[in-house]
Design a protein around this ligand. Structure first.
Ligand SMILES: NC(=O)c1ccc[n+]([C@@H]2O[C@H](COP(=O)([O-])OP(=O)(O)OC[C@H]3O[C@@H](n4cnc5c(N)ncnc54)[C@H](O)[C@@H]3O)[C@@H](O)[C@H]2O)c1
Length: 433
């Protein structure tokens, strides 16, 4: 099939590359000329494990191309995916201007039947809005489909190639047949393609993300309570997770959820509720608990240093909002850096993939280490913000040598508290005493 993917970010590039991998001809469109230039030169603009091999293979095979020219790209494509940003608008609800803007442009361009598929995360009713924008401008036949994406950064290729489920919201039989054909190679193991109406598909994505954010936040509250009463959250987590109704995943406490999806999606769903006169009390609580949790490690740092961080120097390991990505959107590490700088401390950071993105944001306000251990020199404490594998088994002898004092604040529970105490470290983590 001939496919156009509009918006070549984390979702669009993975979508385009994976559809090319199953034999389709895909043209990826982006307004960012620099990005398109890079991709034409065979350079991937994001870090996503395993994407590089597929990217290169499909470019070489001529199945994957890149352009800034929407008019040219849509010409031969029967299927058009919108993988555009839906960031929070001024009031926190999803900003649909990218989606509706491209929909309006497409309405002026299309000359034959198209299936226009929204892959972005959007509020209930967006498919109707996109339909109206196009229908108001053209008589050319088209169908709108809501096909939310569930991939996780860091596992995006695997998630896309072997999805737990594919959700397709459409009222058109023609579009349904096309989507079924397109997705069959991805569900050969028997995972379902769930066809439903557009509104249910749109809400499924928000509900899934809001539920996961709630699960994380619930565990963070349990961890905070463990600290108060002297329980060990690792034990509580294992005890809870062994119950099949609860499950083992998403029960790890930490320093709050971040990233480009959970924060904005929880907020957008809560606001959609308010617009309909429905108050999602649980989501309001999730947001306020998470906001506090992002600075929970700094609270511990402040307590340890008697609320006087002026002139202190901190090393931070991990900047990305989670491991295996270079994405720093809403990353807890950034909140920590801001709080430390505001308190008059200086900061040196290290992350295996996200350094360039952080440099673009902070410039020379902070220092950047070129290796894990170089971060520690002359620092008064080490703070861990992302659970990269690289940080899991460090040489504690080197850490001891480089730090001014043997002090570690671990927001991701990477080490065993007893071992660290045995080595003479002051070690604080989440939900463990
Ligand atoms: N990142 C994730 O893990 C993830 C997972 C599932 C769903 N989503 C959703 O998918 C959507 C896209 O997310 P993302 O993380 O890929 O965003 P992104 O910011 O990484 O990428 C968006 C891309 O769209 C481009 N763009 C903007 N306006 C354009 C236009 N008019 N024409 C062509 N290109 C344009 C941008 O230059 C950028 O490259 C969002 O709604 C997001 O919530 C994201």
């Amino acid at each position: 099939m001939n496919i156009a993917v509009i918006g070549t970010g984390y979702v669009g590039l993975v979508t385009g590359t994976c559809f090319a991998e199953t034999g389709n001809t895909v043209v990826c469109v982006d307004i960012d000329e620099k990005k398109v230039e890079m991709m034409r030169d065979g350079v991937i603009p994001i870090y996503e494990p395993h994407l590089d091999v597929l990217f290169q293979r499909n470019i070489n095979a001529g199945r994957l191309t890149f352009t800034t020219d929407l008019k040219e790209a849509q010409k031969n494509a029967e299927i058009i995916f919108l993988a555009l940003p839906t960031p929070p608008g001024e009031d926190g609800s999803a900003d649909l201007s990218y989606i509706l803007g491209v929909a309006s442009d497409l309405a002026d361009m299309i000359t034959d039947y198209k299936v226009i598929i929204d892959k972005s995360t959007v509020p209930v009713g967006t498919a109707e809005k996109v339909d109206k924008v196009i229908r108001d401008k053209t008589d050319i036949p088209f169908d709108i489909v809501s096909n939310p994406e569930f991939l996780r950064e860091g596992f995006a290729v695997d998630d896309f190639m072997k999805p737990d489920r594919v959700v397709v919201g459409t009222s058109s039989e023609r579009a349904k047949d096309l989507l079924e054909q397109l997705y069959l190679p991805f569900v050969r193991q028997g995972n379902p393609i769930l066809f439903m109406d557009e509104k249910s598909a749109e809400l499924t994505k928000y509900a899934a993300n809001a539920f996961l954010a709630t699960k994380i936040t619930f565990m963070n509250e349990i961890a905070n309570f463990c600290e108060k009463v002297g329980a060990n959250v690792d034990m509580v987590r294992k005890g809870m997770g062994s119950d099949e109704r609860i499950g083992k995943r998403f029960l790890f406490p930490g320093i709050g959820y971040g990233g480009s999806c959970f924060p904005k999606d929880v907020q957008a769903l809560a606001l959609s509720g308010k617009q309909e006169g429905y108050e999602f009390k649980i989501l309001d609580s999730v947001m306020s608990v998470n906001q506090k949790q992002k600075l929970s490690l700094i609270e511990k740092v402040n307590k340890f240093f008697n609320n006087d961080l002026k002139g202190k120097r901190f090393a931070i390991w991990g900047l990305a909002f989670k491991p295996d990505t270079d994405d720093i959107r809403e990353a807890p590490a950034l909140y920590m850096i801001d709080a430390l700088l505001e308190a008059g401390a200086s900061v040196k950071v290290f992350d295996p993939e996200a350094m360039e993105n952080v440099k673009a944001l902070y410039g020379d306000k902070i220092e950047y280490a070129d290796s894990v251990y170089a971060t520690l020199e002359e620092a008064d404490a080490l703070l861990i913000a992302t659970e990269w594998s690289l940080f899991r088994s460090p040489d504690f002898g080197i850490i001891e040598d480089k730090l001014n004092d043997k002090v570690i604040f671990d927001g991701r529970n990477l080490y065993d508290p007893l071992t660290l105490k045995g080595l003479g470290f002051h070690y604080e983590s989440v939900g463990r005493n």
